[in-house]
Design a binder for this molecule. Sequence first.
Ligand SMILES: [Zn+2]
Length: 229
Amino acid sequence: MRYIKIGQEPQSFTDWKSQENDDWKPTYKTLRGQIKAEVHDALLAEQGYTCCYCGMSITSDISHIEHLQPQNEKDPDLSTDLSLAIDFNNLLASCGFSDKSKMTAPEYEKALHCLQHCGCKRGNNPLSVSPLQVDCADFFRYTGSGEIRPAEEPDKHQSASETIQTLNLNYGNLVAMREEAIDQAVQGLEELTAEDLAILIKSYEQPNQQAFSFAIAYILKQFLNPKST
Ligand SMILES: [Zn+2]
């Protein structure tokens, strides 16, 4: 998981919400078409086209708009504030599907595993650690074989474990994709100086479009400082 700094919401979204009147209230259910697509695209761009939870590469087809505080329009028993459902500060892009009909059968088959983790798996369950927390990356460790583990610090361990479980972040396909991304990133590292390696780690930690970049940064730090493993 990597910290996501929420950006500016699309003007079309602001304008649409400003049309609220006594007879019409904007709701997530009525957010459709071009305006919804622009919100989705803005979220993808702010996250470097990677999933807010697992970090895999996503597009508008292989992702959905995720509500950090769950929207309650589907479940009126939940007491969440309705306005949060259309609050840009509560929206993220998670792997999953937005419109299956736009996908070819092979694309759908390839992305089917997304139903088993991240936003699709989480449903309305609360999260102990969220990508909107500045220090969220510090809650997790990674192994060279692609697994995610909770940080060992007592103040982080429990909430990290719960989050890994709620989002099912050690699902087989995810672990395999993480391992592959790490394997590719560590090729030729022995030729780098410590200074070059430090620069490389920083680039993986910055917002970027590299899948699983925070897992890669974690592994590269072990090369820089093996004593910290
Ligand atoms: Zn994901």
